[in-house]
Design a protein around this ligand. Structure first.
Ligand code: CP
Ligand code: NVA
Length: 311
């Protein structure tokens, strides 16, 4: 597997963004994730003797627990650190932190709302760096989302996924995934909340079929999957909550909106969700929802990423 996934730049095998990888490389990670899901390694401990540092500048339930369990089930060890535990929180540079941690641990995952810090960490670390969410992207999540979609609806290539709501970090990784996995992505975002133009332009130049609209029904019509996310991300200020709630209210994914999707369409959400805001309770708790499969698949996908990065 590692030969297929070797990055051209060499050096540590970072997992920073989906656009850094070829489609076949991402596909081999998903194949590995499916193998891990079918056969928990049991007695085999491929990451025995390895330690992963998990650095959180923002809260997490799924990312923290799934990485920790993944590492342990593969025989490795984990150190979980928040910003306030570290000298980083008192002004030690990322460059120094990267070099010091590289002497102690075998890989580092970072969750931050400053993507520049992730890049800086990757630049100075001599061990693999994994993106555990920034304000710009969430690649581990979207790998789990593609795996989950395919378990329910078959190969994603050529199918249509509709994103409804904020053109945020999770949407950005979907845009990168559309380019790499060759599915059609329709995004319905209110004016002022569209995804970054440069990213959409990049994806289209890579051959991705991406449509932007402000009309949720137009995006959802005939789609095999409807995805949404919180109206207020961790990188956004609480002071934006009321303005955002007003802008996003017409974008709630409810049964009326889901009725426009293809028969048997699925609903996805990276979680945490806010019932009655971005999604109605009857949709997220209803038969189309595959959100807990999505959450589970974070574990299997991250095993694949760790096995590749540390392999
Ligand atoms: N989806 C996701 O990344 O969840 P956490 O914020 O709980 O890690
Ligand atoms: N867009 C959300 C995703 C949380 C997993 C956020 O950044 O807060």
């Amino acid at each position: 597997m590692s030969a297929v996934l070797e990055l051209p730049r060499g050096g540590p095998k970072h997992f920073l963004d989906l656009k850094d990888f070829s489609g076949p490389a991402l596909r081999s990670l998903l194949d590995a994730a499916a193998t891990f899901k079918r056969h928990c390694p049991g007695g085999k401990k491929p990451l025995a003797g390895k330690t992963l540092a998990l650095l959180f500048e923002k809260p997490s339930t799924r990312t923290r627990v799934s990485f920790e369990v993944a590492m342990r089930e593969l025989g490795g060890d984990v150190i979980v650190l928040s910003q306030r535990d570290m000298q980083l929180g008192r002004g030690e540079t990322i460059a120094d932190t990267a070099q010091v941690l590289s002497r102690y641990v075998d890989a580092i995952m970072l969750r931050t709302d400053h993507a520049a810090k992730l890049q800086e960490l990757a630049k100075h670390a001599s061990v693999p760096i994994i993106n555990g969410l920034t304000e710009l992207s969430h690649p581990c999540q979207i790998m789990a989302d593609i795996m989950t979609f395919e378990e329910h609806r078959g190969p994603v290539a050529g199918q249509t996924i509709a994103w409804v709501g904020d053109g945020n970090n999770v949407a950005a990784s979907f845009i990168e995934a559309a380019a790499r996995f060759k599915f059609t992505l329709r995004l319905a975002c209110p004016a002022g909340y569209a995804p970054r133009e440069d990213l959409v332009a990049w994806a289209r130049a890579e051959g991705a079929n991406i449509t932007l609209t402000t009309d949720p029904a137009a995006a959802v019509t005939g789609a095999a999957c409807v995805v949404t996310d919180t109206w207020l991300s961790m990188a956004n200020s609480e002071s934006e909550a009321a303005t955002r709630a007003a802008a996003f209210a017409p974008y709630q994914v409810d049964t009326a909106l889901m009725a426009h999707a293809a028969p048997g369409a699925v609903f996805m959400h990276c979680l945490p969700a806010h019932r009655g805001e971005e999604v109605s309770a009857d949709v997220i708790d209803g038969p189309a929802s595959i959100v807990f499969d999505e959450a589970e698949n974070r574990l299997h996908v991250q095993k694949a990423i760790l096995a590749w990065s540390l392999g």
